[in-house]
Design a protein. Structure first.
Length: 250
């Protein structure tokens, strides 16, 4: 009788251990690639579309793009964070960002447009210095968030330049005492379900820079926007609707 009881106890023990081992096996981590794409109200935009008057903003100005590059920072997928990424559409660089060892399951996806003040340290990033992404010292230094340049048809249907450059807003009413406002902003794209190696598209709708919530009139605000404190705040507000989550392929 004792042998029978011992047999069943042994069987229960090994059965419990087996269940315990099985319950603690975690899926292998995977690799995730963020793919940054651009569009104009849903129509894809690449460098091949540059220098051609093929876009029209909400206010009615026809636009051609000559340069578009922007910086994202604190790019977060799950528990992994990349410091920053410079996306240059004209040169087709920075359009993808790879993350390794991402846990399978639900992952948060978010980033900041530009640098937060704590990271916006003048001269800190050599790779950005080398491509002239700096902000002049007279405007407080640090780095641009975006350089967006091109031409538009003015009220006389003549070609005119625009430089839609975003950076930390600076009030220069007293040049000896600059007043700053952090106009970077966080973009939270929610959570994504990752079960395999995945590519996640992050879309920028360029048209949104000109329309939401502020309808942009390029005949009034076109160049010399960097030192324009109020214009920088308007551009920051418009940027909050620019980015969205695109396709996820696994």
């Amino acid at each position: 009788m004792k042998k029978i009881i011992l047999f069943f106890l042994t069987l229960i023990f090994f059965s419990s251990c087996g269940d315990q081992v099985e319950c603690c096996v975690y899926p292998e981590p995977v690799n995730v690639t963020l793919k940054f794409t651009q569009n104009w109200d849903g129509v894809p935009v690449t460098s091949s579309d540059f220098n051609d008057f093929k876009f029209t903003n909400l206010h009615g100005e026809t636009i051609s793009i000559s340069d578009l590059r922007y910086l994202l920072s604190t790019i977060t997928v799950g528990s992994k964070i990349k410091n920053y990424q410079l996306i240059n559409i004209g040169e087709n660089t920075g359009l993808q960002l790879n993350f390794e060892q991402i846990e399978q399951g639900t992952s948060i996806l978010k980033f900041r447009f530009g640098f937060a003040d704590a990271d916006n340290k003048d001269g800190e990033y050599q790779d950005l210095n080398s491509v002239s992404f700096n902000v002049p010292g007279m405007l407080g230094g640090g780095y641009h968030y975006m350089q967006f340049d091109g031409k538009y048809k003015d009220t006389n249907n003549q070609d005119a330049n625009f430089n839609y450059h975003t950076l930390r807003a600076v009030n220069r009413a007293d040049p000896s005492k600059l007043i700053f406002q952090d106009t970077s902003f966080e973009v939270d794209l929610g959570t994504v379900e990752i079960t395999n190696n995945a590519t996640i598209e992050i879309k920028m709708n360029i048209a949104e820079w000109f329309k939401n919530p502020n309808t942009w009139n390029l005949n009034q605000l076109n160049t010399v926007l960097m030192p324009n404190f109020e214009a920088q705040k308007l551009m920051s507000a418009n940027g909050k609707s620019v980015f969205s989550l695109g396709a996820i392929t696994q």
